[in-house]
Design a protein around this ligand. Structure first.
Ligand code: HEM
Length: 400
């Protein structure tokens, strides 16, 4: 328990957001916390949760007072990145510039062409014998993502599946030390060597994303070690997120056949359908922060020195922001945006790549598939910080 007194009026919550019960239903759990108030003191871990859409967005803009350079569960750990997500300006500005330089622009044009060809090849393979019963997580999402993006990163074929184990470690670092966490980190330890080996300058293929980062280091735009750490951040953040969220999207479409019909009738809705999918099933649950100064949230003040969690998963279901937030609508008006990629200076560095991967695949599915039906009970993954599905059994029936 903190020595800083909890200001009067802030609800004190003694539930555990990292309990197995909460991890089994984080949308339900975080929505309940959101309705306790815009800021809630989580007594068990001594942090303040900011829970509602508008306050999270405002707080994410306020990086001068709400720092990323210290966070709840900040103890050193080999899976914890040392750049970007745990930095404030000025070092963050330099590293974010480098990350965005290699995850946007001309590279995306090259990626799009490749992603589209591979999406077509994979869907052909799946539908080769007519209707197919598959697990949309392993047989579609993982197969596609672990092919297309590692190829663009110039990674070897062998060992790629370790990226998922590594990501699983990265996304379970920020939570309490429990048997559950120990198991997750033991899985990631198996991937550690492979990940480290593939971040060094000598193994980067000419023209690849890693090679480009080291070129930026050669031009004096960032330190050599930061180039390596940015690459490691991409390995850590770029796979669990996209595989889980594409599987979640398939689940949402299978659960809502009328929405699938809308998409088939109007394929221009593909981009919006993907945004709605990650509003509805965000791949990231929260981000940690630290109050360098006292911060007002509505009529409350979070004291200086407090740990903060920005609980953006629950914000996707905030009825103050969205009408009928628990309804999945591919044509929902999302011009006001969502917070599933974060907001402000730490907005996801890979958001353009993630969006491209998902949209290209969905476009191909809309072109080729008549119906998506669940053939069993989908399973959601258990994770402190990430959210998504790890098993989505479906029957895909091709268009006549
Ligand atoms: C659907 C997929 C994804 C989702 C939902 C997602 C979500 C997020 C969120 C919410 C943040 C903000 C964290 C914070 O403010 O504390 C973030 C940051 C980040 N993401 Fe993603 N992400 C996805 C895919 C990716 C991919 C594909 C990559 C790499 C290619 C990536 C790399 C990063 C990096 C490096 C950061 C740190 C950025 C910074 O601190 O400035 N992400 N992501």
């Amino acid at each position: 328990m903190s020595t800083i007194p909890v200001p009067a009026g802030i609800p004190v919550f003694d539930g555990d957001p990292f309990s197995m019960e909460a991890l089994a239903d984080p949308i339900g759990f975080d929505s309940k916390v959101r309705e306790l108030g815009p800021v809630v003191y989580i007594s068990r871990y001594d942090y303040y949760a900011i829970t509602q859409w508008a306050d999270i967005q405002k707080g994410l803009r306020d990086w001068r007072r709400i720092s990323s350079a210290s966070r709840p569960f900040y103890e050193p750990n080999p899976y914890r990145p040392t750049v970007l997500v745990l930095e404030d300006p000025p070092s963050h500005t330099q590293n974010k510039g480098a990350a965005m330089a290699v995850l946007s622009g001309e590279n995306l044009v090259r990626f799009e062409e490749y992603f589209a060809a591979e999406a077509e090849r994979l869907v052909n393979e799946i539908l080769a014998n007519g209707p197919a019963e598959i697990d949309a997580f392993h047989d579609l999402s993982v197969k596609y993502v672990l092919k297309v993006f590692p190829d663009m990163l110039g990674l070897p074929e062998e060992g790629r599946e370790l990226l998922l184990k590594f990501g699983d470690g990265v996304f379970n670092v920020f939570g309490p030390e429990t048997e559950f966490q120990k198991q997750k980190l033991a899985g990631a330890a198996l991937a550690q060597d492979w990940v480290e080996r593939n971040t060094y300058r000598e193994v980067q293929k000419e023209g690849s994303v890693g090679w480009q980062l080291y070129q930026l280091a050669d031009q004096g735009k960032l330190p050599e070690e930061d180039a390596r750490q940015i690459l490691k951040s991409i390995f850590g953040a770029g796979f669990d997120t996209t595989t889980a969220s594409i599987a979640s999207m398939i689940r949402a479409l299978a659960d809502n056949p009328a929405e699938w019909e809308k998409l088939k009738a109007n394929p221009d809705l593909v981009d919006n359908a993907w945004e709605e999918s990650i509003r509805y099933y965000p791949a990231s649950r929260f981000g940690g922060r630290y109050a360098k100064e006292a911060v007002e949230v509505g009529e409350h003040t979070i004291p200086q020195g407090a740990n903060i969690l920005m609980m953006w998963l629950g914000s996707g279901r905030d009825h103050r922001k969205y009408d009928a937030p628990d309804t999945y609508l591919v044509d929902r008006d999302l011009t006001g945006g969502h917070l599933s990629f974060g907001f402000g200076i730490h907005t996801c560095a890979g958001n353009l790549v993630a969006r491209l991967e998902a949209r290209v695949l969905l476009r191909e599915l809309v072109k080729r598939i008549d119906t998506i039906e669940l053939t069993g009970e989908p399973r959601q993954a258990m994770n402190y910080q990430a959210f998504g599905h790890e098993y989505v059994p479906v029957r895909l029936t091709p268009r006549p």
